[in-house]
Design a protein around this ligand. Structure first.
Ligand SMILES: Nc1ncnc2c1ncn2[C@@H]1O[C@H](COP(=O)(O)OP(=O)(O)OP(=O)(O)O)[C@@H](O)[C@H]1O
Ligand SMILES: [Mg+2]
Length: 474
């Protein structure tokens, strides 16, 4: 069964208010009633006292005093009667109450000198309710009789009724106002919760771009700010997942693309050989082509594995102090033929004192990759391999006078499979666009930095900075 939260709130407010009003008004009505009766009784007692004292002072004027008082009291709807020590009435005002109607116990108490006060009585003097007081007259410790004064309740209860009526109106107005207030408060609360609930259903429906008004004012406000934080976190995670997924997709399509050319060549040559479609003289050429392409595939797989290993910190560097000039000369020697093929000259400019703290094999890998690129993109030019020290660091520069890189593309050259110009992918020995991404990861692993400065058609300069912190292997 569904019981709306607004109604729950409303009913709980209202029930508390009603109980509070009931208790308060009952207490108040009771208090007012006893106050009014007490007042009445006090009035009767003081009249009784006055009559007794007047008679006491002027015993000879008793008749006149009684007449006087009975006129005054009858105007106030009060009646009284006098009695002697035997409780016999000896002077009764107009239709005064009969003392012998009282209980013997009550009479005994009166004879002892106690004033009897009865706030509301319906049996002693007929069915009409009265308030009555019996005041004994004691002189020198002796009981001589007393006075009995009664007043009908009707006046008193009419007054109480009026007060109660007034009380009822006040309660009704207060109840009305509190109904209204409670309804407004309940709606206010429910609306705030509703906003949260709507936002939550949007999130569960897959829309993570929602926000609810938050505050530090109360728990609902804090819940809202927690909710916003949660949604922001989900958003960030979703973006991360999306970019990871994009990268994965891009990687798969890049790898497939790179695989297709060598595999097509291999498959074509093998089909040709199988069907004897290749003339005898060209067979060796075909087999060489298959071998080259197979090597290319192996390089693709190895370099990808290498990249992943470096990225996920799976390789260990063995850092040592290496004389830079020697290394640069090795590179020059290794790439001499390739440079010659494109009419390039390689110049090494390094001080024999300059050392670099690095992993030897990985340093060679870095320099070969960059220098090979320079040879690839330079014809009839010069390639400088420079080494120098700068404060505590070792700087290696590889500069060429080649085609340069478009400023728009400079940022991308570090990405896996990025090749600036698709038309340049004709080189059968490489150009997967993997070289520089591996270089970058290796330099990061060495805690070094690499920058590139290039101008279209003028040349390119790579600057590597190795920090010479000893034993900084990761
Ligand atoms: N010295 C350079 N001059 C001009 N462009 C360069 C130079 N070095 C790199 N580039 C550009 O950066 C791209 C990425 O280089 P990278 O070494 O990563 O890949 P690649 O040489 O094309 O292929 P791979 O190194 O896998 O054989 C190159 O394709 C080229 O467009
Ligand atoms: Mg390269």
């Amino acid at each position: 069964m569904k019981f709306r939260y607004a109604y729950q709130q409303f009913f709980s407010h209202i029930s508390i208010i009603i109980v509070a009003f009931l208790v308060l008004s009952l207490l108040f009505a009771h208090y007012i009633e006893s106050l009014v009766y007490e007042n009445k009784a006090d009035e009767l007692v003081s009249y009784g006292k006055a009559i007794i004292s007047d008679i006491d002072h002027n015993p000879e004027d008793t008749g006149r005093i009684i007449n006087q008082y009975s006129t005054v009291l009858s105007k106030r709807k009060m009646t009284f009667s006098m009695f002697d020590q035997g409780f016999n009435l000896y002077s009764v005002g107009k239709r005064g109450p009969t003392i012998t109607n009282l209980e013997p116990e009550q009479l005994r108490e009166i004879a002892k000198g106690h004033t009897l006060v009865v706030n509301a009585d319906y049996k002693t003097f007929g069915s009409e309710g009265v308030t009555f007081v019996v005041k004994p007259y004691i002189n020198n410790g002796r009981f001589y009789g007393g006075i009995l004064i009664a007043s009908p309740i009707s006046g008193t209860s009419a007054m109480i009724e009026k007060v109660n009526q007034f009380l009822l109106y006040t309660i009704l107005i207060a109840l009305g106002v509190s109904f209204l207030l409670s309804w407004l408060l309940s709606r206010l609360h429910v609306n705030r919760i509703k906003r949260l609930q709507e936002a939550t259903s949007q999130v569960s429906a897959g829309n993570y771009h929602v926000n609810v008004p938050a505050s530090n004012f109360d728990e609902i406000g804090e819940l809202a700010s927690d909710f916003n934080r949660m949604v922001n976190k989900i958003n960030r995670s979703m973006e991360e997942i999306e970019s990871l997924e994009n990268r994965r997709r891009q990687f798969m399509s890049d790898v497939s693309h790179e695989l297709r050319t060598p595999l097509t060549t291999i498959s074509g040559v093998i089909e040709g050989l199988k069907n004897n479609m290749i003339p005898e003289g060209d067979k060796e050429k075909g087999i060489n082509l298959v071998s080259q392409e197979a090597k290319r595939l192996i390089r693709l797989v190895n370099e990808n594995l290498d990249y992943d290993k470096i990225r996920s910190n799976q390789i260990q560097l063995f850092r040592e102090d290496i004389q830079l000039q020697e290394v640069l000369e090795i590179i020059q020697e290794q790439l001499y033929l390739q440079a010659e093929e494109k009419s390039n000259q390689i110049i090494v400019e390094a001080d024999p004192d300059v050392h670099v703290n690095a992993d030897y094999d990985r340093l060679i890998q870095i320099l070969i990759n960059i220098t090979k690129n320079s040879i690839q993109f330079t014809t009839n030019g010069t390639i400088w391999l420079r080494g120098r020290s700068e404060q505590n660091d070792t700087i290696i520069e590889i500069e060429d006078t080649g085609v340069g890189i478009d400023p728009k593309e400079v940022e991308n050259i570090w990405h896996r499979f990025y090749k600036a110009d698709i038309s340049r992918t004709s080189n059968p020995y490489g150009e997967f666009g993997l070289g520089l991404s591996i270089v970058k990861q290796l330099i990061v692993l060495h805690n070094g930095e690499i920058d590139v400065f290039s101008e279209k058609d003028k040349g390119t300069k790579f600057i590597i900075r190795f920090k010479n912190e000893k034993n900084a292997a990761v």
